[in-house]
Design a protein around this ligand. Sequence first.
Ligand SMILES: [Zn+2]
Length: 502
Amino acid sequence: MTHQLMKESRHARTAARHPPSAGPAHQDPPPDTGAPGRRYVIRGGAVMSMDPGVGDFESADVLVEGGTITAIGPGLDAAGAAVIDARGRIVMPGFVDTHHHLFETAERAFLANGLLLDDGSGSPSAYPTYVEHILNGFARAYRPQDVYVNVLFAGLSQLDAGVTTVLDVSQIHHSPEHTDAAVQALIDTGRRAAFGYFEGDGRPEARYPEDARRVREQWFPSDEQLVTMVMGGEVHLGRDVYTRSWTLARELGLRIAAHAVGAFGMRPAFDDLARGAGGVEVGPDNLFIHMTGMSDQAWTMLRDAGAQVSIAFPIEMVMRHGTPPIIKMQELGMEPSLSSDVETTMAADPFTLMRTAMAMQRMVVNERVLAGAGDGDPYPAPSGDTPPLLTVRDVLRYATVNGAGHLGLADRTGTLTPGKQADIVLLDATALNVAPLNSVPGAVVTLMDRGNVETVIVGGRIRKWRGRLLGADLPRLRAELEASRDHLFKETGLRQDLFAYS
Ligand SMILES: [Zn+2]
């Protein structure tokens, strides 16, 4: 044996004893993923399917063909398929965000203290505010090119954080050109999205809600596309508008999303709907956002109608929408999906949403239990009517399965299930902030952040590979976003100052 061969065989033995956990970071992804007929297998990860019929595996494989998951289980026979080594990784469905205003990216953290409205306190939270400075300020200065780069950048950011499906609650339809820019950006992001066609600032050329007919025909001829359409049907726009938008949505076969915020004066309109006096019927095709400060009557009506609710836990608590109505939903036997809402005020990653949901609900329930403490019993048992504490499994379900169901996408995403689309994230459980791995659901909810999101797959296509987002010129897009931001500040007359507004 030559010296050279000895060196090589010694190296091979060493490599066999110490296999790399997931291969070298620079290794390229399998080619043409997501294309018809392309097969690859994700090998040896801890698989959390979120589908009770599939279950969980400490180590298993996920086989993908084209855009679809075809098999899940240990030791799958996948001859001829490319292999993605997932040892040390958690393999689970991509996250679903059921309410995000993607167009507001240029104003990220601008409203870090801000409330919905000026409460007259004169405090740093009363200026600037969401309604005055975002909706009635920056939003009015958006051109179609601003819409495009803001939506695209926000979408890529969420994709990078493992959010493979979003409802873009798009309220920037000042003209058909604005609308087309928003849809194009969602398509160019390369992830699953529902385009929420909401109103703009009311310019006559906008033609909301009637332009929904054109948008449906031109952009959404099929409901099988990666990007689908949802109708915005805001109740606070008045009965004339919402009855038209809801009726049109049902004619076009679209689901309807709408905000429901008591602090915004919407409670009487929802009470009208609950009494059957709203001019339209609430149904299982309605998704209501927030539902803070609503009456028991409105809640019962929603539950009985099979409508859905998206809770934006961090935003509702911080911006004074009201207390996130999770206890009410538990009492009614309902479950929410989760929403990030606005990056003007909070991060839009799923870990922030899940942790905040759990912390808020447990604070309320724990306070209730402790209030029952008596002398000599400082740590009492909960009384019979105490809602159960949320668990990590609960918030994971909210952030995946429930989100998919609330957007009408339960047949294609939200779980790892053979036959569904391959919307998959690989999370690094060997990372400094996670190892040693003792609980898969526990690690995802309590320890992880977007830095652990290593690989992201949408419809079988790899969009992020081992820490690197694919197919996006981020330096160019960031420059365009900064130029958009500069334009928007200039138009609104607000001073750009990195230490003001805080
Ligand atoms: Zn919203």
